[in-house]
Every structure is written in C-alpha cells, then in structure tokens.
Ligand binder design. Structure first.
Ligand code: Z5A
Length: 215
C-alpha cells in the first residue's frame, strides 16, 4: 500500500498516554498496523522499559509487594533511570535513523502520576526531564481520556493488580486532570481521544490524526 501523500519523515516521536485501562496498548497495535501498511519505518516501545535494564526496573516498579515502602523520590528516580537507558539506547538512535518511534507512555506519565498523583515537586521533574532528555520531546501525543472509574474497572477485570493499579480513585482523578491540563498547555502536540467510545471509532480518529500529521 502506498503512503497517503509523498512525505519524508525526519524521525518522529509519537507517544500514547492515558490512565490505566484506557486502551493504549490496543491502540499501539492499531498504529503499528497503519504504519506498516503505509510503509513507514518505525519501532514500538514502552515505558518504563524498552531496554533489558529498563525492563528490569519496570518489574521492580510495578511489583506490588516490597519488603520496604517505596519512597516517592526513589520511584521518580527509577522512572528517569529507566528513561535514560531508553532514550540513549533506543529512542535517540532510532530518531537519528529517521525512524518513527511510538512509545506506550513517556514523560507525560511522570508529570501525571508522580507530579499530580504523588504530589512530587515539579521542579525536580523538570530538572530530571532536562537532564535525561535534553531537548527530546514527543512530536505527537495521543491522549486516551476516560473517567478514572472506568479505567479501574477495566484493570480490575484482568485481576493481578500492579503497584499503581492499587492506587485510590482520588489518585487516578488527579492523574486524569493533570493530563487534561497538559493537553491544553501543549495543544500543538496533544490530540485527545474519547476512550469510552467503541474501539472502531477510536481507531478511525487515530487514523485521521495520523494522516493529518504525516501528510
Ligand atoms: N508510570 C509512572 O508512574 N510514571 C512513569 O513515568 C511511567 C509509568 C512511564 C505502567 O504500566 C505503570 O507505570 C502505569 C503508570 C506507571 N501504571 N498504571 N496504572 P502500563 O503502562 O503497562 O500499565 P497501564 O497503563 O495500566 O496499561 P494497561 O492496563 O495495559 O492499559 P492500556 O494499555 O491503556 O489498555 P489496554 O491493555 O489496551 O486495554 C485494557 C482493556 O480494555 C483490554 O481488555 C482491552 O481489550 C479493553 N479495551 C481497550 N479499548 C477499549 C474500548 N475502546 N472499549 C472497550 N474496551 C476496550
């Protein structure tokens, strides 16, 4: 299949964001299919994770039980430690090869979960973001927005809740609100999708955003 219009991509970084159960992973597979059909050279990745070491940090971060409480600063530093490996070994090299990088979550998650959810000092997040990423920021962020109750319901259906999925409804309401604030602040990057809609409608909307971006 040919591309919608002739277009040269000089590396492009797309992120999927939203609270748990909002359908990011499902949409990631749809995006992969679309990019493959239109012959765009791309990679899919996720956070926390994306490299062997970052995936090990992911397991530690998501594991519900630890013998000691996980301090919020420890959590923040581990997110950025994983991100540093991810940026240096996966994202930046792929962008330098003019690939499209699609990541299930990136630093907007930190702003929402650690910043708003955990009430972490936002100056620290800002400093770590600059330290780890330099000027690297997503070119396009697709936000799957839905009421927190619904996301929690979907997650609970799967059973085996991870450390984040055990958080309170208040926590997830703050996360949602923080995403919506960022979407307003960075309108040129964010596209909001109503994650309560049927999957087919969401996919049609994603396709519109992709065609709009790449043509
Ligand atoms: N975290 C953090 O705190 N700080 C950071 O900086 C980073 C991460 C990077 C990573 O988990 C956790 O790390 C995350 C935040 C924290 N924790 N939480 N919560 P993750 O990203 O792997 O986990 P997740 O966000 O919870 O992903 P998920 O539960 O797999 O959800 P999802 O990917 O958004 O949804 P899904 O798997 O595509 O869909 C969930 C279910 O809904 C599934 O059964 C689908 O078939 C169904 N679904 C999907 N779309 C629809 C529609 N439209 N209608 C009906 N049903 C649907």
């Amino acid at each position: 299949m040919t591309r919608p219009k002739s277009h040269t991509v000089n590396g492009c970084f797309i992120t999927l964001e939203g609270s748990e159960g909002s359908g990011k992973t499902t949409c990631l597979h749809f995006i992969q299919q679309w990019l493959t059909e239109h012959q765009y050279d791309h990679i899919l990745t996720r956070e926390p994770g994306g490299t062997p070491l970052a995936e090990q940090l992911r397991s530690l971060l998501l594991q519900p039980e630890h013998n000691e409480p996980v301090d919020t600063l420890t959590e923040l530093l581990m997110m950025f430690a994983a991100r540093n490996q991810h940026c240096k070994h996966i994202i930046q090299p792929a962008l330098q090869q003019n690939k499209i990088v699609v990541s299930d979550r990136f630093t907007d998650t930190t702003w929402a979960y650690q910043g708003a959810g955990r009430h972490m000092n936002t100056q620290w997040i800002q400093q770590l973001e600059t330290m780890v990423q330099g000027t690297l920021r997503p070119n396009l962020t697709l936000l799957l927005d839905m009421p927190a109750e619904l996301g929690l319901k979907r997650a609970k259906k799967r059973g085996n809740l991870d450390r984040f999925e055990r958080e309170t409804l208040d926590f997830f309401n703050r996360v949602r609100e923080a995403y919506l604030v960022r979407a307003k602040q960075y309108q040129h990057i964010y596209r909001i999708l109503d994650a309560t809609k049927p999957l087919a409608d969401i996919q049609t909307q994603i396709q519109t955003y992709l065609i709009d971006y790449f043509t």
